[in-house]
Design a protein around this ligand. Sequence first.
Ligand code: AVI
Length: 315
Amino acid sequence: MTNTFKEDVRKGLEQPQKTLPSKYFYDKKGDALFVEIMNLPEYYLTRCELEIFKNKTNALIKALQLKTNTHFELIELGAGDGLKTKHLLKALKDQHFNFEYIPIDISANALQLLQQDLNKTLPDIAVTPKQGDYFEVLASLKHNNNPKVILFLGSNIGNMEDAIAQQFIYNLGANLQKNDMLLLGVDLIKPEEIVLPAYNDSKGITAQFNLNILERINNELEANFNLDYFEHLPKYDAVKGIAESYILSTKAQTVTIKAMNATFDFDEGEKIHTEISRKYNDKLIHNVIANTDFTIEDKILDSKAYFADYILKRH
Ligand code: AVI
């Protein structure tokens, strides 16, 4: 892990447009900050999707074209605390669907907590957590011939560049069979007044979340980023529908990263790119699935039409 982290940081900081990959936000502190973000008044995404799972559960079930007499696997990629999914699980159980819930996560700890919680709150549901890389787990499940429903929620796909997102959905399709379903949760393109505050909250939690990546480099790679001289800089392009986070160097400075025996110079006003959060519309979803066997079957929105759960079918 440290080696990849070190190499990714080196590669990112050596480019003319310095970048650091957002996947490195999520250490223990980053995970906790993201939980805080999800509870912020400005961060509407989680609440909107939760509303869909709470209030439109039956619409989701219908759109997923499930049958009570056929056993299926409900597989969630990056399950986290399962807060939204629990509403769906409960409704499926109440309506006597025959299924197994398979949450996949890179964090064994998150999976253990989720399983304990589900055993307590929804004891009748068969839960088989799988720890590891999404595609390795999916490949291991591919040939069991059970119909599959994949959940990829929270607009997590938005943190991928478009070409990577296309490749991701393509790889998903390659690990599924005909008639398998994908429930893809995405944030929708909206005006700046709504999106930007979600990435620039008044309490400064998102700023801490973004800057935590520098702290991580300090701690894990013996660097000396002085956080007093770096700032969170969010941007949103409402035409493209792309929110981006940068870290701004507020003065000319040199940072040493001991673990790589290297120094990096920052100009005053220089920006490090840290995250993309793409927002979607139908056209962009069509683009993402263009080279795959998926079709859009349905789309379920929250009451404000801020967020969409697209129902895709593999042909
Ligand atoms: C995890 N992901 C969908 C979040 C987002 O909205 O892009 C990460 C995040 N970054 C800043 N705030 C939240």
